[in-house]
Design a protein around this ligand. Structure first.
Ligand code: GUN
Length: 306
């Protein structure tokens, strides 16, 4: 009898619907507004321009940079990518960025991360004119965000806020658990979710590679943000059925397929979808939001006349 009931419960679980948080309708909504702003700028002979600096030939970085470039061109903005050899010196890079700072064609400058080990990433980022730092990674811009007066919000966390907003996911008074403490996602995400911003006012827990046991915290999450770069780290035994999951991971995992790899997130989507309130897919979730917010930040820079 008990066995039968357990079977029934397990079967019922399969029919609990989870909402899939696709980025497509969110991007469509945001791009409609962005295009109006681009048109208004164009009436003043201003074309929002982005300079992307790419060092080395990291395959993932090359794909991200290509996608950003295409998105800008499709939306009648200017974009140029400057590619350098892996062994470029820090001084050469700093001097190149100084030229970009002076170049009026570029309202935004982005240095694709990660950089090779012989280069100090934060020194390079801090050499960008903060008014052109559309990534929002400059110490001054991170400081402004942490003090509650952001200039540019880092693109991935900004995109997550817009996703939460579009799908009307409540954050006020909720427990947000962030897995990953990177400067790019985890740290700015703490700031956005905990302050009294749109989609803020949450109680935030930050987990990382030394959190033990991780499951103890992820099980408590109303909103779970996974940004670790570890494929399928979050499994179905680590979540509750009310949670809203934002999967930031875009991991390339080798397999026997013709391509030789497939892309997956930090969350075991197969195991978790159907058992949660909502979840972002990979691909088609957070990734396109990041590029959208980069365009929005670059338009803002162009409007500010940077
Ligand atoms: N590498 C991974 N994500 C990002 C990002 O948002 N900006 C930059 N500059 N590099 C990245």
């Amino acid at each position: 009898m008990i066995k039968k009931e357990i079977l029934l419960i397990n079967n019922l679980e399969k029919f609990i619907n989870s909402k899939i948080l696709y980025s497509k309708p969110v991007v469509e909504k945001l791009i409609a507004h962005a295009r109006k702003e681009i048109k208004q700028l164009s009436n003043q002979n201003i074309v929002p321009g982005l300079a992307v600096v790419l060092i080395g030939d990291n395959p993932a970085s090359k794909i991200y940079v290509r996608n950003k470039h295409k998105f800008f061109l499709t939306n009648h903005c200017h974009s140029e990518t400057f590619t350098f050899d892996l062994n470029i010196s820090q001084d050469e890079l700093l001097s190149f960025i100084e030229d970009l700072n002076q170049n009026n064609k570029f309202h935004g400058i982005l240095v694709q991360l990660p950089l090779p080990n012989h280069i100090d990433s934060q020194v390079v980022i801090n050499s960008i004119n903060p008014s052109k730092d559309v990534d929002g990674f400059h110490s001054e811009n991170l400081g402004k965000l942490f003090l509650g007066h952001p200039r540019f919000i880092p693109c991935t966390p900004y995109g997550i806020v817009e996703l939460l907003d579009y799908y009307d996911i409540e954050t006020t008074g909720k427990h947000a658990v962030i897995v990953g403490r990177s400067n790019i996602v985890g740290k700015p995400m703490v700031s956005l979710l905990s302050q009294s911003f749109k989609k803020g006012n949450a109680t935030v827990t930050v987990c990382h590679s030394k959190t033990n046991p991780l499951r103890k915290y992820t099980l408590q999450a109303d909103i779970l943000i996974a940004a670790t770069g570890v494929p399928n780290l979050i499994t179905s035994d680590m979540i509750n059925k009310h949670v809203n999951i934002i999967d930031v991971g875009i991991n390339r995992v080798e397999d026997d397929s013709e391509k030789g790899y497939h892309i997956c997130g930090d969350v075991d989507f197969k195991g978790c979808s159907g058992k949660v309130n909502s979840i972002t897919p990979v691909p088609g979730g957070v990734g396109p939001m990041t590029i959208m917010m980069l365009l929005i930040n670059t338009i803002k820079a162009a409007k500010n006349g940077s």
